[in-house]
Design a protein around this ligand. Structure first.
Ligand SMILES: [Zn+2]
Length: 326
């Protein structure tokens, strides 16, 4: 897909298009930024723009044989290299370095896209220093990573780094609205839950999210409005004994998002600016029943619980402690 059809990171789009027009694209590039914001798609768009037969203002046409082959991963001069298992290995990098020495076969320039470049093993990383130092003029290497500072300094210093940002809520929302058919209310909820990541938006199952949210609202209302400790203990029992660890954490994340909405309501933010803007009545009712201090206290306790889970603390013990304190 050409730059024009990609969403977000307009500054980088502009910068790359200008570099293509002026024929001064760096031959070693690092595309750094959070996962799911389109870094790999930008790398493909750049590969298209520099190989396109009818480029326009630094962007690809999207229709010529070069553009189509790149989009379908069938262009012999454009390769994506991903970790083989846990790591990108030295054999893969030796292969790339030797391929990069050849002239392009069907396009103008060879482009090598290294996905998850922070998974380069040390010896593999060292083996590409030379090609990054003196790349043949017809080759371009793009390292794509969410952890740029895990790359060794000698690689970073040989490349130009472009930092990608999460998408703005409205950018993500309009992308989802154009590409997927859903009620507007659900599109907005999804865009806000995904916090700027297209990748995350595509992974979220809204039906499952709403089911979790329903349970979490029940818990919060049981504590804050109805003072129903039996319901609370049942919920605690269900969550800590019945759910797999990942699901358990997802429930806590859902609870956290709800409480942050209540927190923002207490600070006077309008309901339509909240993540769960589709259930204003529940949020308002809870906000009216609890103090700001209490919400802050809950948020801190849940965050502590999530941290203790990453340390593999016994989840039943941690969970019981939290619910008792609520
Ligand atoms: Zn084209």
């Amino acid at each position: 897909m050409p730059f024009a059809s990609l969403v977000g990171n307009e500054r980088i789009k502009k910068l790359l298009r200008r570099a293509v027009m002026e024929g001064r694209v760096s031959q070693g590039l690092i595309f750094a930024g959070p996962t799911g914001v389109g870094k790999h798609k930008f790398a493909l768009a750049l590969a298209q723009a520099i190989n396109c037969e009818n480029p326009k203002e630094g962007d690809a046409c999207g229709h010529c044989p070069q553009c189509c082959k790149i989009a379908e991963s069938e262009h012999v001069d454009v390769a994506t290299i991903s970790p083989d298992g846990q790591f990108i290995k030295i054999g893969q990098m030796r292969g790339m370095s030797s391929d990069a020495q050849f002239r392009p076969y069907e396009g103008r320039r060879r482009v090598f896209i290294l996905d998850e470049a922070h998974r380069l093993k040390m010896e593999a990383a060292n083996s590409i220093l030379k090609i990054l130092e003196e790349p043949p003029s017809t080759s371009l290497i793009i390292l794509v990573t969410s952890k740029p500072y895990s790359l060794i300094e000698t690689i970073r210093s040989r490349c130009q780094m472009l930092s990608f940002a999460p998408l703005a809520d409205r950018e993500l929302e309009s992308f989802l609205a154009i590409n997927y058919r859903r009620p507007a209310e659900d599109t907005r909820l999804l865009a806000r839950l995904a916090r700027g990541s297209i990748g995350r938006a595509l992974e979220i199952d809204l039906g499952q999210y709403k089911e979790k949210r329903r349970l979490m609202i029940e818990i919060v209302e049981a504590v804050s409005i109805r003072r129903d400790t039996v319901r609370l203990l049942n919920a605690a029992e269900y969550m800590s004994r019945k759910l797999e660890r990942e699901e358990f954490e997802n429930h806590l994340d859902t609870l956290l998002v709800l409480l942050m909405d209540v927190f923002h309501l207490k600070l006077g933010r309008p309901t339509d600016s909240l993540t769960n803007a589709d259930i204003p009545d529940h949020l308002v009712r809870i906000a009216e029943a609890v103090s700001l201090e209490l919400i802050i206290d809950w948020v801190e306790r849940i965050e502590e619980l999530l941290i203790s889970l990453t340390r593999n603390l016994n989840r039943h013990v941690a969970m019981d402690a939290m619910f008792v304190s609520l």
